[in-house]
Design a protein around this ligand. Structure first.
Ligand SMILES: [Fe+2]
Ligand SMILES: [Fe+2]
Length: 133
């Protein structure tokens, strides 16, 4: 399982597109660690993904605040929900449910793809109008 960033996912802001590409890369790395039973790096890989998700969301939210983005509240809520969901997976993983990682990656792949295309793209116009591209 591997997911690739495509032009269709572009939000037309270079910094954010690059973050999305990196995010997807981490997700692929996590799946690889899981699939090839690299147990030693699995925990690290999960933590890296979680930390990057937080960093990425805070980048988007920084611009929401800066540009007074009208969809900010709803979008922030969606980010929070995802972080909560990842935390649940992490808790189960830490209890020894190693197999949960496959489910987590699958969930994240679907979530991320849909989020980029449906939710993130909604701020393109606002960000571009404020000179960010
Ligand atoms: Fe995003
Ligand atoms: Fe987002």
């Amino acid at each position: 399982m591997s997911i690739k960033w495509t032009q269709e996912m572009s939000v037309n802001v270079k910094e954010i597109d690059e973050q999305h590409q990196y995010f997807l890369g981490l997700l692929n790395e996590l799946y690889e660690a899981y699939y090839f039973h690299k147990k030693l790096v699995l925990g690290d890989s999960i933590n890296k993904l979680l930390a990057y998700a937080k960093l990425h969301f805070s980048t988007e939210e920084k611009y929401f605040d800066l540009f007074n983005y009208e969809g900010a509240m709803e979008h922030k809520k969606i980010h929070q929900e995802l972080l909560g969901k990842i935390a649940e997976f992490v808790a189960r993983f830490e209890k020894g449910e190693t197999d949960i990682v496959g489910q987590m990656v699958e969930f994240m792949e679907t979530w991320l793809t849909e989020h980029l295309i449906i939710i993130d793209k909604q701020y393109t116009r606002c960000f571009n109008e404020h000179g960010l591209r």
